[in-house]
Design a protein around this ligand. Structure first.
Ligand code: NDP
Ligand code: GDR
Length: 344
């Protein structure tokens, strides 16, 4: 029986990864941080919260001593570091906090592994946000980095520290450069879930208008559950390495809005441009989507599209879910939740 630590168990990816590892008969230590109202809705929705092999541990990534004690207590074979201040927009308002958690936090885990047991395998949740300003299309492991947010900069530090600990101390440190991945468990502050939840609410008469920022941004969106498999495979490989996980398809935010409203039974047409752009219901003529510049970012990542060929060749990893399937799955879940009065 293997043992794994997953940091950030209250988040999207950790919930799916815990489900996968429990299915594989792992003992899982899932960490959450102390807040006045901890919320386990994701692991509850997956029905794994009472699994006897899942242990929930209070832990904060910014605490080195706690990181060392966590390793000593759990004696893991594998550590998946999924915890982060992960919202790009917030990172502009809280750059210091983001640096402490998202940048230096992973260093605490690497140091703890270096001190406690260098045989522990480590997965770092790196990101396509490290590519930032477009240097090449599509982006792959050798594409130069040019982060465009405090979040991207912090993640780049953690990415290089993972490689540095791999090269300096022989630690099995894998870095997964994952492009955007979404699911019905996605947080509502991220654009896809904001859109699917709002489309559901508008369809049910619970909301009038969805307000968005930059609808021209292009993203390579995949299904989180597919990407979790890739994380697992990276730690089962013969040697630690860096891998891009992506779908190799990119769409604008506007395209995703159109797709989500269609899945909710509403056909939209867009009029106007920039701050004056609106999405209109072709049946009723009502404005259902409009731009609000308050959601613009000080610096934007315009185009992300990844090439996952290396992960396919080395790990046999491939995304299985199309964007249309993903979008429908999210809209269906949000229609159901809003009908039942679910609010997360
Ligand atoms: P979420 O935002 O859903 O989850 C982040 C988790 O980190 C939450 O459980 C959060 O806890 C926890 N956390 C935040 N701060 C701390 C801290 N100081 N100490 C301990 N835990 C903390 O992220 P996702 O599941 O979407 O992403 C998982 C990881 O992958 C993140 O590192 C993200 O940056 C990265 N990533 C995500 C991508 C995506 O498209 N989803 C793409 C590429 C990388 P709390 O609930 O208390 O806030
Ligand atoms: P991203 O995801 O920044 O790519 O980071 P997000 O969904 O927040 O934004 C995607 C794009 O949509 C544009 N946008 C809006 N975004 C939000 N959140 N809200 C809006 O109202 C809105 N309107 C337009 C954004 O400007 C952006 O261009 C996600 C996170 O999961 C990171 O942790 C992860 O590393 C990357 O994906 C890969």
């Amino acid at each position: 029986m293997k043992t794994a630590i997953i940091t950030g168990i209250t988040g999207q990816d950790a919930a799916y990864l815990a489900e996968l590892l429990l299915d594989k008969n792992y003992v899982v230590y899932g960490t959450y941080r102390r807040t006045s109202s901890v919320n386990f809705w994701r692991i509850e929705e997956l029905g794994i919260q009472d699994n006897p092999n899942l242990h929930l541990v209070e832990y904060d990534l910014t605490d080195l001593g706690a990181s060392i004690r966590l390793m000593e207590m759990a004696k893991p074979d594998e550590v998946y570091n999924l915890a982060a201040q992960s919202f790009v927009g917030v990172s502009f308002e809280q750059p210091h906090t983001t640096a402490q958690i998202t940048g230096l936090g992973p260093l605490n885990l690497l140091e703890a592994i270096r001190i406690v047991d260098t045989n522990i395998k480590f997965y770092q949740a790196s990101t396509s946000e490290m590519f930032g300003e477009v240097q090449a299309v599509p982006q792959l492991e050798t594409t130069p980095f040019y982060p465009r947010s405090p979040y991207g900069v912090a993640k780049l530090y953690a990415h290089w520290m993972t490689i540095n600990y791999r090269e300096s101390y022989g630690i099995f440190g894998a870095s997964g450069i994952l492009f955007n991945h979404e699911s019905p468990l996605r947080g509502q502050e991220f654009v896809t879930r904001k859109i699917t939840d709002s489309a559901a609410k508008i369809k049910l008469g619970l909301l009038d208008v969805l307000e968005l920022g930059n609808m021209d941004a292009k993203r390579d969106w995949g299904f989180a559950k597919d990407y979790i498999e890739g994380m697992y495979l990276m730690l089962q490989a013969d040697k630690p390495d860096t891998y891009v996980l992506a779908t190799n398809r990119t769409e604008t935010v506007r395209d995703f809005v159109t797709m989500a409203f269609k899945a909710a039974g509403i056909t939209l047409r867009f009029e106007g441009s920039a701050e004056a752009e609106v999405g209109i219901d072709t049946d009723s003529g009502k404005v259902m989507v409009k731009v609000n510049p308050k959601f613009y970012r000080p610096a934007e990542v315009d185009l992300l599209i990844g090439n996952p060929q290396k992960a396919k060749d080395d790990l046999g990893w491939e995304p299985k879910t199309t964007l249309e399937q993903l979008c429908s799955m999210m809209v269906e879940a949000d229609l159901r939740r809003n009908t039942e009065g679910f609010s997360f």
